[in-house]
Design a protein around this ligand. Structure first.
Ligand code: ATP
Length: 311
């Protein structure tokens, strides 16, 4: 069998993420915010199959509701494939089949994971052989979370979240995700944060001038200490997301009452991430949430970033 036949179809997988710590600075002149993030890649995956084609097309299926995902050139996987083709001077196209396991518009970077998987798949399909560094640079042009979806594991992100330093992490962290039927727009959540931070009153939290990850968070990750991580995990966007979706507060309280070590909004939400002591505790939490009528997912982290699969 020739190499060309072997590379008619390539399968890549990339993980969704939870920001176990997320601090947001004031908006810059361009409207973007400087952030400090501790990312953990978790076992909710996006699968992308790339097949040689003349044009650029995409089809999307999933274990989550995929009705909000664009099927045109606005799809992040298509944008990634086009960007790579332009970068390497490739004049053919690709058909992408995307199978989503990460909730759409849930603050878990599903679209970014699609872009990362598409970059890795097309790089292999077209024999481009780009370095990890080059893929990361292309990824950063598509979105701040794409470089992390390529890297995976555990990392600290600064700038807009795209300037990454891998962080040490030991062991396994078990998370229960509570998924909302309807997504939240990331720009809207940031706008909400800016609005209430600029309001009057001594108790209104102000934006940190230089966002930074709280060192005990990194210590907890290094030591594989779920209890310490539970005590230190934090997301500046939680309050803003709760103002948009006050009903999420009751779900957070339910999780905490049932022994979750923390309950935070993932990224800009509305997915909620509850840290459990271990696998057993996560299963018990899932039972509680299911009984209350919520849709859940049990994931663990850290897991690897975008990679090829041989299926
Ligand atoms: P972000 O924090 O980057 O806004 P998110 O994790 O909250 O993202 P995503 O699932 O990545 O949410 O999708 C955000 C929006 O991006 C969707 O509402 C959708 O319109 C658009 N989008 C474009 N391409 C994709 C894709 N491949 N998968 C999901 N959404 C996509």
């Amino acid at each position: 069998m020739s190499e060309a036949v072997l590379l008619e179809r390539v399968h890549a997988r990339a993980p969704g993420k939870i920001n176990v710590f997320f601090e947001v600075g004031p908006p810059g002149a361009d409207g973007y915010h400087e952030v400090a993030s501790a990312y953990q890649a978790v076992s909710a995956y996006e699968d992308v199959w790339a097949t040689a084609s003349d044009g650029f097309t995409v089809e999307v299926t999933g274990t989550v509701d995929v009705s909000g995902v664009p099927l045109d050139d606005g799809n992040l996987a298509v944008r990634a494939a086009r960007l790579l083709a332009e970068h390497i001077g490739y004049d053919g196209g690709v058909h992408l089949r995307v199978h989503k396991g990460v909730p759409v518009a849930g603050g878990m970077g599903g679209g970014s994971a699609d872009a990362a998987a598409a970059l890795v798949a097309c790089d292999a399909l077209w024999g481009a052989g780009l370095s990890t560094h080059e893929l990361q640079r292309l990824g950063a042009r598509l979105g701040a979370d794409v470089p992390f979806a390529l890297l995976g594991g555990t990392a600290v992100g600064t700038g807009r979240g795209e300037q990454l330093s891998p962080a040490l992490a030991r062991g396994r962290f078990d998370w229960v995700l509570v998924i909302s039927d309807e997504g939240l727009s990331t720009p809207e959540v940031y706008a909400e944060l800016d609005e209430y931070r600029s309001g009057p009153g001594a108790h209104v939290p102000r934006a940190p001038a230089r966002p930074a990850v709280f060192p005990p968070v990194l210590q907890a990750l290094r030591q594989g200490d779920a209890r310490m991580l539970g005590a230190t995990a934090h997301n500046d966007l939680t309050d803003a997301a709760l103002r948009r979706r006050p009903e999420l507060d009751d779900i957070i309280n339910l999780g905490l009452d049932e022994g979750a070590l923390t309950g935070i909004v993932s990224g800009s939400g509305p997915t909620l991430a509850f840290l459990a002591d271990d696998e057993q505790a996560a299963l018990a939490l899932q039972v509680t949430f299911s009984a209350a009528g919520h849709q859940t997912l049990h994931v663990h982290g850290p897991v690897p970033g975008a990679h090829l699969l041989t299926s």
